[in-house]
Write a protein that binds this ligand. Structure first.
Ligand code: NAD
Length: 462
């Protein structure tokens, strides 16, 4: 599925027309290619007085080969050749009272036009529920409004995120090593082209064990990863991205999709499993397959999903049952068996694909939205329960992604869905895949219980 309007806008004739008529202007997004630098220009790092994260962040940036801009020079760069930045990062953990929010204005105001296309804005805070006083919790909660507004204002493919970093993320607050290990994968992901279509998100980084890869271009080296619904669409992109990042991929889909599935598996040197996830014996057959071939599964990606749209009054019970069964109940049954048989080891990951329909609801999709909201419930309930076993549980909630599923939407509705977000375009399957990849990395063990939207900051459910 191609976005012809976006291609037109990026041509010379298109640019002229868009400017003249004030039409939506979807920017070309920077996407990841192995070996790419994380940013297209230097990063400017600021901090509120008394913050605890500026030092670990500076170390992460330096280790990742990002050039750090000199804040003193930035303050005086209003002249003829203003400095441009690949990213603006601000450690707001020192803000303990609403009156101190002014420090955000002082940092971002002079740089509002200094961010390069597909730039990155990251604000770091303390989770409000961890703050010792109501005033601090209030100020930390306020950060969300700033970040979400910057995501809508800066334009040209710039994304903005808030990362709440638990105070317990550091093994020892006096040393930043624990914090660096917990945070590094998230900072790298958010700066890189991997997060091209993720914006306006609040990500929580906790204290789970994380390990740094030998090679950040192969962050999944040696990991056994199951991808359901891998024959096409987002699942096929997932298989490709995860294999590129070093994983051994077990690609699963229904027998009717066997040929397409085999093509995906062959292409990436993975294996194919033909299985209908709703079959009564699917969980045990899958568990036996994984046990005999690999002895374990490090990452389970529940991606398979279906839609059977009708308004509630016109929906037959079959449509309801099928959608709930494929999109939610089958995930629960598979998790139960894999966990019971201890096939997901410590350091394991469970990642489900939800949808913004599960957050916002959608006309004609009561069954689908119920199943996808249930997926969020699964994350909320399983993440704390599995923390002790060292297994993280997260979900992604895609917005409008260019696939066969969205190609079937009537033209006018499709065009509205595609443009109603801060990036004025639909995402690509690879954008969802890259986000799931980051959650899957052994380096992302401190990220659990999150639902990350991959929606270009869609207005739906915002
Ligand atoms: P898709 O229809 O292209 O692919 C889904 C795959 O799941 C298919 O290959 C299908 O055969 C497989 N599948 C369905 N039922 C199965 C079963 N019982 N057992 C095994 N495999 C089964 O869809 P997609 O657009 O790639 O979507 C992937 C996931 O992303 C789904 O969970 C979907 O709900 C979600 N999602 C997609 C979008 C979007 O815009 N495309 C938006 C939000 C969420």
């Amino acid at each position: 599925m191609t976005d012809r309007y976006a291609s037109f806008v990026q041509s010379a004739a298109g640019r002229a027309l868009v400017k003249r008529l004030g039409l939506p202007d979807p920017p070309r997004l920077r996407r990841h290619h192995p070996g790419d630098p994380l940013l297209a220009g230097p990063a400017l790092l600021g901090a509120a007085t008394g913050g605890r994260l500026a030092e670990p962040i500076a170390k992460i940036l330096t280790a990742a080969g990002v050039e750090l801009a000199d804040p003193a020079a930035a303050a005086h760069s209003h002249g003829d050749a203003p400095q441009r930045y690949g990213a603006l990062l601000f450690d707001a953990t020192g803000i303990t009272d609403s009156t101190e929010l002014r420090q955000l204005y002082d940092f971002f105001h002079p740089q509002a036009r200094a961010v390069l296309p597909s730039g990155r804005v990251i604000v770091l805070g303390t989770p409000p529920q961890e703050c010792p006083t109501p005033r601090e919790a209030t100020a930390q909660r306020a950060l969300e409004g700033l970040v979400r507004s910057i995501g809508k204002e800066f334009g040209r493919g710039t994304t903005a995120q808030l990362v709440y970093v638990s105070g317990t993320a550091a093994d020892d607050p006096a040393h930043s090593a624990g914090t660096i290990t917990s945070l590094e994968s998230t900072i790298r992901f958010l700066l890189s082209g991997r997060s091209a279509y993720v914006s306006g998100q609040v990500i929580r980084v906790g204290s789970g064990a994380a390990s740094v890869p030998a090679d950040w271009d192969r962050p999944l080296d040696g990991q056994v990863v199951l991808v359901t619904g891998a024959a096409r669409g987002i699942g096929a992109a997932l298989a490709k991205v995860l294999a590129r990042d070093g994983a051994k991929v077990v690609a699963l889909d229904i027998p009717a999709a066997g040929d397409a599935l085999a093509a995906v598996a062959n292409d990436i040197g993975g294996t194919a499993v033909q299985l209908d996830l709703t079959a009564p014996d699917a969980p045990t057959r899958l568990a036996e397959h994984l046990a005999s071939r690999h002895g374990r599964v490090d990452v389970v990606v529940h991606n398979a999903g279906i839609t059977r749209d009708k308004t509630l009054g016109r929906m037959d019970a079959d449509r309801w049952d099928q959608v709930i069964d494929v999109n939610l109940s089958s995930q629960e049954r598979i998790n139960d068996v894999l966990l019971e048989r201890e096939l997901i080891p410590a350091g394991g990951r469970i990642i489900s694909v939800s949808s913004i329909a599960g957050i916002a609801g959608n006309r004609g999709q009561t069954n689908y939205a119920t199943s996808k909201a249930g997926v969020i419930g699964l994350v909320d309930s399983l993440a704390p329960a599995l923390r002790e076993r060292g297994i993280s549980v997260n979900a992604v909630a895609p917005g409008f992604i260019e696939t066969r599923l969205t190609a079937r939407i009537p033209l006018v509705v499709r065009e509205a869905g595609r443009r109603m977000n801060s990036l004025a375009q639909g995402g690509l399957p690879v954008d969802v895949a890259e986000t799931i990849g980051w959650l899957a990395w052994p380096a992302s063990g401190a990220v659990s219980g999150n639902v990350v939207r991959v929606c270009g900051q869609s207005l739906l459910g915002a």
